[in-house]
Write a protein that binds this ligand. Structure first.
Ligand code: 13P
Length: 250
């Protein structure tokens, strides 16, 4: 049985005081929801604080990125070892903002995935097409390439550490959501693509999250789809009430 997950990607938002505020509101509103795993991903500077603060709750804390090397002269970078040493066991990799703004390629992401797994970390691997690619009906091809080049070198034995997040770029931060049918269609395609490579057992066990303008008002109909196992939430995860309402939507 695969996990159901609601993960909040806080992106480059919240200084320490704002982080404390959001964490305290999450703690106030948090209600355990049977079978649903909750994850929050603050920025690097607030990871340690968030981890310590959320110790009392079954809420996991994830990083939004990490470097592909183990250590050395990489000014400004953060390694997997640094993350695990403060208790962080999950990392988001391949977010479209990292791909587009910081030019992270499929090849680089494959190395980052390896570095995370070598540190025994769980990877939330993001994929998704841009608007032009959907309009020209290349979306399946693009997502398949992202999976094949960034993720499909991972040995089958490590797939229990893999979560996939489908985030159509045109739906991120735009208020425009993929319809539940569009999400289901792509999630089913992703699961089929994983099955072709690794077999049905791996494909049935991998959680596939949807991301892109998920809000309390639309979460339920998206999560109701068979192959949608949860959400990766941006804007709405910055408000504890909205984030917890999305968790409730399961
Ligand atoms: P929004 O929910 O703000 O559209 O962001 C989605 C996202 O990028 C999560 O990683």
């Amino acid at each position: 049985m695969r996990d159901k997950i609601v993960a909040g990607n806080w992106k480059m938002n919240n200084d320490l005081a704002q982080t404390e505020d959001l964490l305290s509101n999450i703690k106030k509103l948090y209600k355990e929801k049977e079978g649903v795993r909750v994850i929050v991903a603050p920025s690097f500077t607030n990871l340690h604080h968030a981890f310590e603060s959320l110790r009392e709750l079954p809420v996991d804390v994830a990083a939004q990125n990490m470097n592909e090397n183990s250590d050395g002269a990489y000014t400004g970078e953060v390694s997997g070892q640094m993350l695990t040493s403060i208790g962080i066991k999950t990392v988001i990799l391949g977010h479209s903002e990292r791909r587009a703004i910081y030019k992270e390629t499929d090849e680089l992401l494959a190395k980052k995935v390896n570095a995370a797994l070598e540190n025994d970390m769980e990877v939330i691997f993001c994929c998704g097409e841009e608007l032009g690619e959907r309009k020209t009906e290349k979306h399946f091809e693009v997502v398949k390439r992202q999976l094949e080049k960034g993720l499909f070198h991972v040995p089958e034995a490590n797939w229990n550490k893999v979560v996939i997040a489908y985030e159509p770029v045109w739906a991120i931060g735009t208020g425009e959501t993929a319809s539940p049918e569009q999400a289901q269609e792509m999630h089913a395609f992703i699961r089929k693509t994983v099955a072709e490579k690794y077999g049905n057992e791996v494909a049935n066990d991998v959680a596939i999250l949807y991301g892109g303008s998920v809000k309390p008002g639309n979460a339920q109909e998206i999560f109701a789809k068979e192959d949608v196992d949860g959400g990766l939430i941006g804007g709405a995860s910055l408000k504890a009430e909205d984030f917890m309402a999305i968790v409730e939507a399961f």
